[in-house]
Ligand binder design. Structure first.
Ligand SMILES: C=C(O[C@H]1C=CC=C(C(=O)O)[C@@H]1O)C(=O)O
Length: 493
């Protein structure tokens, strides 16, 4: 999917001209603590924005292939980071301050609002790789939606004088992957999974400890997670992994958060909450069934599960264990949303969400919010649902903390966006990989309730891990790269 003409290098002086014309009248009206955004219509078309060099960019990518929605955010015009028990109120306060002085020029009447992207870790303690909770107004936000393309350029009031240079600089991350960097060419290489029998046994032991805690009556559900590490010969290219995720999981929400040298990517089936014009939608998703894959499909070393994963070929999704697992999430989501809503409805029977390799039970909640309830209040009330934490919520969190259950980066936290009117959406960051150079690590967990079988739960995490591992293993170079390669071979470059 090629870039819209106005973003091509050859059009940069025209882009500068248009941006300068829109920016000049706004400069006098913005306070230093405020922000300016300019939205330009880029015409009809579709773009997945995967012609981006994620390995060197501060980028945020979000896609819903089935709904033809693709967003790419580059750079940071404004950034707020937080941690600790008040992280969501802190982000909310910072965003409220910003939106009060946010000038927006919708030059071509696109009707689109400028937006910030956000993400947060499962727990509220500082951790490595990504800030615990962060909100970023990107310098450039590119949106491809339902066949229409747009770009929003943003800066803080403080940095408005040099803004156009900064915006054009951010665009240099686009189109770079065409230029044959070694990292991008190494896509599709074989990944070696680093077996770690000790960690596998530790997972089984934690599941047993969770079952003991549940049997003692203090807890009803706990989500226990594990990580696997993979190693490639060359640096792993990010864009081909995202393309592979998009091709394999078109019904999921795909996300990538990158900074130079590191990327957190994934394809999640679970929405935490979406807010649009005062109506909130939230998923209660849990319970998993799957069918064993034919051996022929396991083409790579990386996708071969260790022996401990041997388990029955499939589970019945509607069995008692899966129903109880999902029922805890339903109860918690209802309890969290009830005080925030004038009216709250839920789909009656859990529906079966069918994904590529597995299925989940899902109940969808729709709530009409009371005044003054925004996206951050919804996140604070809902996170962590028992789909990633446990039941009762506080006891489960304390149990997980006491046993040092580690959740790296934003795995089982949230990723999303919020626009200047307060509408937005956050998904639960599942089925993910953390990629740094030649190394990747993937994370997955399983809900444990009375009656859970440790070996079966291990097998379930293997199927969940496969979503990211398969994309890492089967990522193909983008078409443009293949074309570049053949041009290089024939000396036409
Ligand atoms: C915690 C994960 O999945 C959650 C979402 C759906 C089903 C789940 C389950 O059946 O255990 C988990 O609650 C994960 O993918 O790492």
């Amino acid at each position: 999917m090629s870039l819209p003409p106005l973003l091509e290098v050859a059009q940069r002086s025209e882009l500068r001209r248009r941006l300068n014309a829109r920016l000049s009248p706004l400069l006098a009206g913005v306070p230093a603590h405020g922000a300016i955004s300019i939205t330009l219509d880029l015409g009809y078309g579709r773009c997945d924005w995967l012609d981006t060099d994620f390995t060197s960019a501060q980028a945020f990518w979000w896609a819903r292939p089935e709904s033809d929605e693709w967003r790419l955010a580059l750079g940071q015009a404004l950034i707020v980071a937080s941690a600790g028990p008040n992280r969501f109120p802190a982000l909310r306060a910072a965003y409220a301050g910003l939106t009060a002085d946010w000038l927006h020029c919708d030059a071509d009447a696109t009707g689109l609002q400028p937006a910030a992207h956000l993400g947060f870790a499962f727990d509220d303690e500082e951790q490595e790789q990504l800030p615990n909770a962060r909100l970023v107004v990107p310098a450039v936000l590119l949106v491809s939606r339902h066949g229409r393309l747009s770009a929003t350029f943003s800066c803080s009031g403080r940095d408005s004088e040099a803004a156009v240079d900064g915006w054009v600089h951010e665009l240099s991350a686009l189109g770079r992957s065409r230029h044959g960097k070694r990292a991008e060419r190494s896509a599709g290489q074989q990944l070696l999974r680093q077996e770690n029998p000790l960690a596998d046994r530790a997972f089984i032991a934690r599941v047993r400890a969770a079952l003991a805690g549940i049997a003692a009556g203090r807890l009803q559900k706990l989500v226990i997670s594990r990580s696997v590490r993979l190693e490639a010969q060359h640096a792993i290219a990010i864009a081909p992994v995202l393309a592979a995720l998009a091709a394999r999981h078109p019904a999921c929400t795909l996300y990538a958060v990158s900074r130079p040298g590191f990327a957190f990517v994934g394809a999640t089936p679970e929405r935490l909450v979406a807010l649009s014009a005062g109506i909130a939608r939230a998923d209660a998703l849990a319970g998993t069934s799957w069918a064993a894959r034919p051996a022929a499909e396991k083409t790579s070393d990386a996708t071969t599960a260790p022996a401990a994963a041997a388990a029955p070929a499939s589970l019945r999704l509607e069995d008692d264990k899966n129903s109880r697992e999902q029922g805890h999430v339903v109860d918690a989501v209802r309890t969290a949303l009830t005080p925030l809503c004038r009216r709250l409805t839920q789909s009656q029977t859990p529906e079966v969400l069918r994904l590529r390799d597995l299925q989940h039970l899902r109940t969808v909640f729709t709530g009409e919010l009371t005044d003054d309830v925004g996206l951050f209040e919804l996140i604070a009330a809902l996170h962590p649902t028992p789909a990633v934490g446990g039941t009762p919520t506080h006891a489960a969190r304390a149990w997980l903390r006491a046993r040092r259950e580690r959740r790296a980066a934003w795995y089982s936290g949230g990723v999303g966006w919020i626009d200047a009117t307060g509408d937005g959406e956050v998904v639960v960051a599942l089925r993910c990989a953390r990629i740094a150079g030649r190394h990747a690590a993937c994370d997955a967990g399983a809900g444990i309730v009375a009656g859970s079988d440790p070996a079966q739960e291990f097998a379930e995490t293997e199927v969940k891990l496969a979503a990211a591992i398969d994309a890492l293993s089967h990522a193909e170079p983008a078409t443009a790269l293949a074309a570049d390669e053949s041009a290089a071979r024939t000396g036409t470059q």
